[in-house]
Design a protein around this ligand. Structure first.
Ligand code: HEM
Length: 426
């Protein structure tokens, strides 16, 4: 696979622990909705809704981002990740922090929120401090690395703003909560999550979905536009208190991403990985629908249910569907890298595409589409559909976890059958 340097890949166990945490938090989000019902879909400011938002933004998207960056930076971007063994404690602190955050937010426990924001922010800042020097150094793939650097920096800024929001909620910082929450959410979702997906997609769309190459100047132009839009929008939101400038300035790069993300796979040069193509497409459509609802809100004030619907389409359905499709492809790579590393010369290891079964990927997509439809319905009729949506979500993410574990089990079976002396690996 052109442009990928597998010799630089970290031991597969390192990114794996993050990627296996993704569906666990997806299932926790389903359980949370099943238990709390419509309380979690009542208003964007309700503590249960904020807890549910972070089960997706930190649990599902955060673990997927940090896990895939551990793999992608050295292998695809030629940027070293000098973290050696520390990802283990970073992972523990990040995920313990999220658990404490969810419990403290739903019970509005002030000290618990303070502890959670430290346990969450420290690993994100350590990760950024480790990744940025390599990403900002001069060298090949400058545009790709600047996109990754933007996403990592945005994630660090989001964590700092999150810690500030906790200080405001604890009454320690007399600052405007709503403006900072909007800035925090926009930098996190557009700068970090969509920023990372745009940069990674410039490599994976051609490689995994058989599309044409994404021109570097397009990606470079989009990165510059996103940085300027966020800087202007956030400054106006915090200093003038006005929300529409932030919404409009953020929607421009977001809608350009949606457009390109739908357009390139429409004209594939090679048909491959169809389950990925469809989870990416359906996920992008959900993100696009969320953007259109938010855009409508700049002309007429949106009812609470439309705000919840937009948040649900973007944060609980669209972005996670795109991420889970990509993650199942990365799982195949990690299992394959583990086999190739341990495999004595002369033994042919199974291909990347065979370790995580295509059939399983189609089942995961179908269950995510069902959960997505129920979730969208729950945003409009929470009393009726919140709990069924929680159950559908729990099942969909349990299927992701089962598919990951079946892929790893296939690699282990091959290892036992062909070189049992190395059976201890992944
Ligand atoms: C260190 C990690 C983080 C902490 C401590 C944190 C904390 C918070 C807090 C306290 C709020 C609620 C403010 C209020 O009462 O309205 C909030 C809102 C929000 N956060 Fe975070 N956050 C963190 C990371 C993230 C990340 C990485 C993302 C996205 C990628 C994110 C997305 C959001 C969104 C979308 C909201 C708005 C929720 C709403 O208005 O319904 N957060 N965050």
């Amino acid at each position: 696979m052109s442009g990928l340097d597998f010799a630089q890949a970290p031991p597969p166990a390192r990114p794996l622990r993050w990627l296996l945490s993704v569906p666990a938090w997806g299932m926790a989000a389903g359980a949370c909705l099943l238990l709390s019902g419509d309380t979690a879909l009542s208003s964007r400011w309700s503590p249960h809704t904020i807890a549910l938002v972070h089960l997706f933004t930190l649990g599902v998207l955060g673990n997927a981002m940090l896990g895939s960056l551990l793999q992608f930076l050295p292998v695809a971007a030629g940027a070293p990740m000098p973290l050696r063994r520390s990802p283990a404690w970073l992972h523990a602190s990040f995920n313990l922090g999220l658990a404490v955050f969810v419990v403290s937010m739903t019970s509005m426990h002030r000290n618990g929120l303070a502890v959670a924001s430290v346990l969450l922010a420290v690993p994100i800042l350590v990760f950024a401090a480790a990744a940025l020097p390599g990403l900002l150094a001069r060298g090949a793939q400058q545009v790709l690395r600047s996109g990754l650097a933007m996403a990592v920096t945005a994630l660090a800024l989001t964590a700092l703003a999150g810690a500030l929001l906790v200080a405001i909620l604890r009454g320690e910082a007399p600052l405007p909560l709503e403006s900072i929450a909007d800035a925090h959410a926009t930098i996190g979702l557009l700068g970090a999550v969509v920023g990372l997906m745009a940069a990674v997609a410039s490599v994976t769309l051609p490689m995994l979905q058989g599309t044409a190459r994404v021109p570097e100047r397009w990606l470079g132009g989009w990165i510059a536009l996103t940085i300027v839009s966020l800087a202007v929008g956030v400054a106006l939101r915090i200093w003038s208190g006005q929300q529409p400038p932030l919404v409009v300035s953020a929607l421009l790069p977001a809608l350009l991403f949606v457009g390109a993300s739908l357009w390139f796979p429409l004209r594939p040069q090679a048909r491959r990985n169809r389950p990925l193509v469809w989870s990416w497409r359906m996920g992008t459509l959900a993100v696009g629908a969320a953007c259109v609802i938010v855009l409508a809100g700049t002309t007429t004030p949106l009812p609470a249910s439309s705000v919840i619907l937009a948040g649900t389409l973007g944060i609980a359905i669209g972005l996670p569907m795109m991420v889970s499709g990509m993650m199942l492809e990365i799982m195949g790579f990690l299992a394959w890298i583990g086999l190739r590393r341990d495999c004595p010369r002369g033994i042919r290891v199974p291909g990347v595409g065979t370790l995580v079964a295509q059939r399983d990927k189609w089942v995961v997509l179908a269950l995510h589409l069902l959960a997505g439809a129920t979730l969208a319905g729950a945003a409009l009729f929470p009393a009726l559909l919140a709990r069924p949506a929680g159950l559908a979500l729990l099942i969909a993410w349990a299927a992701v976890l089962a598919t990951q574990l079946r892929g790893l089990a296939r690699a282990r079976t091959f290892r036992r059958a062909h070189f049992p002396e190395a059976a201890t690996g992944t």
